[in-house]
Design a protein around this ligand. Structure first.
Ligand SMILES: [Zn+2]
Ligand SMILES: [Zn+2]
Ligand SMILES: [Zn+2]
Length: 125
C-alpha cells in the first residue's frame, strides 16, 4: 500500500495533525483521513475515542499513535461530535453516524459500510 505519498502525515501524541480543525492523529493520514491501515476510496471517516477525545482514522492508528489503551466513545455522550467526515470536514454526532446511512449527511461522500462490523471498537454498547 502506498504510504510514501507526500500528502500523508503521521502524527503521534501529544501532537495533533495541523491540517485538521479537530484534534486528530494517525499513521500516514491523507487529507481525507485515509490511513496506513484503511485507504480505500470510502475510508474517509475519523473516529473520536473516549480515552483521549482525539480523532483517529482507525483503532490501529490509535494504538500506534497514542500511549494508552483505546476506550470507545461513551454512550452517554452519543449526542456530541464523535465522527469526522474527511471529505467535507463536518463532524457528526455518534448517534447521527450510527443512525445514518453509509454516506455523509453533509456532502454525500460514501462511507465504508464495513465500519459497522467494528462498531464495538469505537462506540460503547
Ligand atoms: Zn486514546
Ligand atoms: Zn489507521
Ligand atoms: Zn462529508
Amino acid at each position: 500500500m502506498p504510504i510514501r505519498d507526500p500528502d500523508r502525515e503521521t502524527t503521534t501524541a501529544p501532537d495533533t495533525d495541523p491540517r485538521f480543525d479537530v484534534p486528530l492523529r494517525g499513521i500516514a493520514v491523507d487529507p481525507e483521513t485515509r490511513c496506513a491501515h484503511w485507504d480505500a476510496p470510502v475510508d474517509v471517516v475519523a473516529l473520536r475515542f473516549g480515552c483521549c477525545e482525539a480523532y483517529y482514522p482507525c483503532d490501529a492508528c490509535h494504538d500506534a499513535a497514542a500511549d494508552h489503551e483505546a476506550v470507545p466513545w461513551p454512550r452517554e455522550r452519543f449526542d456530541e461530535p464523535a465522527v469526522l467526515c474527511g471529505v467535507c470536514r463536518t463532524t457528526l454526532t455518534a448517534r447521527g453516524y450510527l443512525d445514518g446511512g453509509d454516506a455523509c449527511p453533509a456532502c454525500g461522500a460514501a462511507f465504508n459500510p464495513g465500519c459497522r462490523k467494528h462498531r464495538d471498537r469505537y462506540f460503547e454498547d
